[in-house]
Ligand binder design. Structure first.
Ligand code: SAH
Length: 266
C-alpha cells in the first residue's frame, strides 16, 4: 500500500519511519510512504504556498494551486484509479478504527497536511475525497494526524503485525463474522503478566487457573464491562450474544451506572 503525504515539513516524518512497526513494514515492502514537499509545487521562486485570508484576520492560509498540482501529479501516476485524498482538518469527521479497516483495502492513499489557519476551503470542496479529524482538539499541523493515520492503517496490513501482537482482539476492532455495517468492537480486556504478585498487587485468579473456557468467559465479561462503563456508545448496535446479555443484565442489577463523561458546561 502506498501513502503519499503532501506537507511543507517532509523531514518531520523521518524519525517515525525509522522505528518499530513502520520501519519493518517499509523495509518488508508491505507499505511505501512517499513524502512530497508542497513547496515543490509552488509556482514562484520564493516557493510560497500560503497567503493572507480574504476578509482579513490573523494568520495565513494554504493556497489552493500548489495542493491541486500535487494531487494532480499523484492522480496522473495511476490513471483511472480512484483513491482516497484525505484532507486533515479538525473540522473533518472523526477518524476511527472502522475507517482504518476500510482504508487498509486501498492500494493508495493521499494525505494533505495543513498548517497555519488551515487550507483554502476549495480543497475540501473540490479536491479532497475525505476531510478527517483525529479528535476534538487543535494541533498546529496535519503531520502528526497523518502519521497517526498511517500507523493505524499499516498495522492492519496482512503480515505486518506478528502473531504475538495480533490486532484481532484490539479495542474497537469489529468482530470478523459480524455484519458488514458494524462500526465498532468492544474495548480490549485487561492484560496482566509476571509476577503474579507485585508489591501486594495480585492478578485475577482465573488467569492463573489454566481453565481456557473460564479465561475466555472472564475476558469477554471484562471487555463488556469496561465498554459498558466507559464507552456505552460503543455498545449501541453491537451484536450481543445471549451470554453477553445475561452478563450485562447482571451488571445493571448491581445498580452501577455506566460512566457517562459529561461534556464541559454540563
Ligand atoms: N483554523 C483551523 C485549525 C487549523 S490547525 C480550525 O480551527 O479548524 C492547522 C492544521 O493542522 C489544519 O489545517 C490541519 O491540517 C491540522 N490539524 C489540526 N488539528 C487537527 C485535528 N484535530 N485533526 C486533523 N488535523 C488537524
Amino acid at each position: 500500500m502506498t501513502f503519499d503525504v503532501i506537507t511543507i515539513f517532509p523531514d518531520f516524518f523521518r524519525s517515525i519511519l525509522e522505528y518499530g512497526l513502520l520501519k519493518r513494514a517499509l523495509a518488508g515492502g508491505k507499505a511505501n510512504i512517499r513524502l512530497h514537499d508542497l513547496r515543490d509545487f509552488a509556482d514562484n521562486h520564493h516557493r510560497t504556498v500560503d497567503d493572507r485570508p480574504f476578509g482579513g484576520g490573523p494568520g495565513m492560509v494554504f493556497k489552493p494551486e500548489p495542493i491541486v498540482k500535487a494531487v494532480a501529479k499523484l492522480q496522473a501516476e495511476s490513471p483511472g484509479q480512484r483513491f482516497p485524498v484525505v484532507l486533515l482538518s479538525p473540522q473533518g469527521s472523526l477518524f476511527t478504527q472502522a475507517l482504518a479497516e476500510e482504508w487498509v483495502r486501498q492500494e493508495r492513499l493521499a494525505l494533505i497536511c495543513g498548517r497555519y489557519e488551515g487550507v483554502d476551503e476549495r480543497i475540501a470542496e473540490h479536491v479532497a475525497t475525505h476531510e478527517i479529524s483525529i479528535g476534538d482538539f487543535v494541533l498546529s499541523g496535519g503531520e502528526l494526524p497523518a502519521a497517526l493515520i498511517m500507523e493505524s492503517v499499516i498495522r492492519l496490513l496482512p503480515g505486518v503485525l506478528g502473531n504475538e501482537e495480533s490486532a484481532e482482539q484490539d479495542s474497537f476492532t469489529a468482530p470478523r463474522a459480524g455484519p458488514r455495517d458494524l462500526r465498532y468492537g468492544l474495548l480490549d480486556f485487561p492484560h496482566y503478566t509476571r509476577p503474579a504478585e507485585f508489591q501486594g498487587w495480585g492478578v485475577p485468579e482465573v488467569l492463573l487457573s489454566g481453565n481456557h473456557e473460564e479465561i475466555r468467559r472472564w475476558r469477554r465479561q471484562r471487555a463488556l464491562e469496561k465498554t459498558w462503563r466507559r464507552r456505552p456508545d460503543l455498545l449501541a448496535g453491537f451484536p450481543l450474544s445471549d451470554e453477553d446479555r445475561r452478563w450485562l443484565e447482571a451488571l445493571r442489577g448491581e445498580k452501577r451506572e455506566p460512566v457517562v463523561i459529561p461534556s464541559s458546561g454540563e
